[in-house]
Design a protein around this ligand. Sequence first.
Ligand SMILES: [Zn+2]
Length: 496
Amino acid sequence: MTTTIPSAPIGYVSKQTGMRWVPVIGLEVHCQLGTRTKLFCGCAVQFGAPPNSLTCPVCTAQPGALPVLNREALDLAVRAALALGCDVREQSKFDRKHYFYCDLPKGYQISQYDQPYCQGGGITLSNGRRIRLTRIHMEEDAGKAIHDRGGTTLVDLNRAGVPLIESVTEADVTSAAEAVEYLTTLKAILQYVGVSDCDMEKGELRCDVNISMRPEGEAWRTKVEIKNLNSFRFVEAAIEYEARRQVEAYESGDPARFPVQETRLWDPAKNATRTMRSKESAHDYRYFPEPDLLPVTIAKAEIERLRGCIPELPHARRERYQKELGLSAYDAGVLTSSRALADFFEAVARLSQRPKEAANWIGNDLAREFADESFGVLDVDAMAMKPHDLSELLRLLEEGAVNVAGARKVLRVLMKDGGRPRELVKTLGLEQVQDEGQLEAWCREALVGKDKVVLDVKAGKEQALNALLGPVMKASKGTANPERVKAILLRLVQSS
Ligand SMILES: [Zn+2]
């Protein structure tokens, strides 16, 4: 591993001493490949199946059972590497990584050690800093040990042998915010290229953080590993906590308190990290080449074939939305934050022929509802609304059949329960009054005794009309179209 010290002028300024401390952070991310079957056997990969129902002699390590590499897993791993700008090796190999634990029936994990299938690559953050990848390697997952309260441990081997890639960065990350941006971008890229769903609740993406604090301009100090973080919020909180803990320890001047090389766990209930194991108990994995598997050979032509299958990536889409559709960098960023959202946006934009309106509604209204946990629709996949529904809603708005406030109500129903927009407008009583005579009558009523407004408008202050909009909307019980009401009011005033 190279050891360049990040040059960013950021960090934490100590309240006590005024000294600037810079975090040195590296990230290791395990991502589950979206294959149908496990890495070295034909068992299905499926979340939530009955315990030990997805097992065979290979993944339960019966004597004489031999592993066979899953071609689909290799293809997905290579796609991930290419999307992240890594160099894929034509020759790599698998190794045995030994440790003893009840969820690992073989007593070793098949992984890649000194010859991973790819190296290099990286992700550039919005502040222009590049987080370099050291390597990505393939490995199999272990099973799951469930320690129950009675002191019994239950083992479920459904997960044993599930294919993973582990990506390891250089220690280029210098803040919690950078870590979160790197992880968000990594997740989006892996989803875009169809390598993984990256569902963190199912453990399909898990992150380890290596962090040490150094005074600005000084050399690195002892690093601490925080393991198994399964949400970006926890990553952020754990880095903030650990940065503070280490600085406080050093500034106490008491060597007994100084950070030691160890593995720690994040405890969300206590909002703190705690020791899991110290260096003394660190594993010696006794790596050696896996004798039951041939070295992995990936032909150059095959790498190029897979490169040709890489779809447009988030940053390219972001640029296209800005250039071709005139969207702001912020909106383009929101829309491309996941492939599902970007695909949804493009479908609505195409169907409705109104890309700007589609971007507005998806980037603002949909995003706001996704962020509202009490609403209970967290992302595009969890949503009942289809692209043609939103497209139709945009058309109804354009026709003036519903106003913006009404459309928002329809949108919420569509997102949660689905339905047909035009019918929902009716059943929710949101139809706009199209009767010009009725609208004019309400407007005339609102104008009674409003001579000051009339004078102001005639003097060129059109915005004075806004004072009359409320009474008309109230009289119509919200079913008038504000734009049409404004136009009628203006006409009435000007002809008076
Ligand atoms: Zn199996």
